[in-house]
Ligand binder design. Sequence first.
Ligand SMILES: [Zn+2]
Length: 429
Amino acid sequence: MRRLVLRRGIFLLVLLVLWEELADSSLIPPAQMASPVKIRVRIYEKELVVTVRGFDLRLYTGINKTQLVYFANQLSEWNVQCQNGKIFLTQEHRNYVLPEPLVIESEAGFTSVQNFPYRETLLFYSKGKYCETINVLDIEKYLDGLVNLEFSAQWSKEAVAAQIIAARSYGYYQMLEARKNHHTHFDVEASVKDQLYRGSMHEHFRASQIVNQTQGLILMMHENQILKPIKAFYHSMCGGQTILPETVWGRNHFGFKKGVPCPFCKNSPFFKWEFFLSESDLKALIRQGVKDTGFPKDWLRISSIILSYISSGILSKWKLENISVSRADNFDRVKEIELHFKNRLERVIFRVSGNRFRSWLGANRLKSTIFQIKTSVMLGDHGWYLMGRGNGHGVGLCQWGAKVMGEKGYQMATILRHYYPDALIYKLW
Ligand SMILES: [Zn+2]
């Protein structure tokens, strides 16, 4: 009897394992066909020394790999330095001085750059005394690398698919633009300027499978009867309504004709935010913001007053009386802020766009331009309470919204049609 129970147990166990294997087989990515599109990602703009390590490295000069400089069928490591058109390569007992660009590839398919793993090809150009480092790889493998940086592999499959198609469209658009103008060695930055990328460090099998299944799908639109990819902007959380690119960057973008309501992100735990901004903090942030992003073009007059204000100390003739929202749209998105300055003789009001104010304060602190301001005093410190909602610029796909749409059972195409109502999905490769 006991043996029978044991046998039945083993039988059930085998059945369970078989069942799980069958269920899991859908998770094994099919062999991916290489796409015909190679994207050039600038992974470092300015490094004094770049350390490259890998098995079976091949080092060439010239963009077309015209001369093989070195190869080794073993692990090797090189320090790369750059200066005015020349590349300086050093290893323990070897030194080379080469014309730019330097090309490094590995027979194994992977190299390590500053301890991050990268697929396919590396390019090095000099930028004064710095090295500009570019990773050239299959656009589909580039998309694999965005996972868990730009989006989570744990989202529902349809939401991940929508996000991947948006990211592919964005990358492909940037690629065509860069090559049309021929003024750069690269197509996209590996930073928040374009899309966050750290090589193959964050690849995830589930997301890679969805990249495979959506291979070559791009959001496109006709312009003068010519089909073009759209620059498929996306952001963390819209706060209830997406907006047009011109609202943020002052110029319109092909493929965006209207913002859309988004009822999907409002239950996010990060939907609302608030923080106290003391006057001393504000002064420091404006000082840094002016250094990083500068003044608007037509701001000659305010620049002298603001510079006087942020110079601090007794030399500062101008005081900031208050800041307030002077213009906002129907969804509380701030169009314009007023800065009320005064000195001993006069009062002056200056107006700055909500986006400029956000770039001065930093996008991490002022998470979106949907906010209200209240004057406040905290522990004797004069300042303002800023209370807002949403996170990011608000153009295109709302990532929290897409995540929730996926959880509610919406399909990838429906999610994309919601956030990019004017675009259509085409398979280009
Ligand atoms: Zn939203």
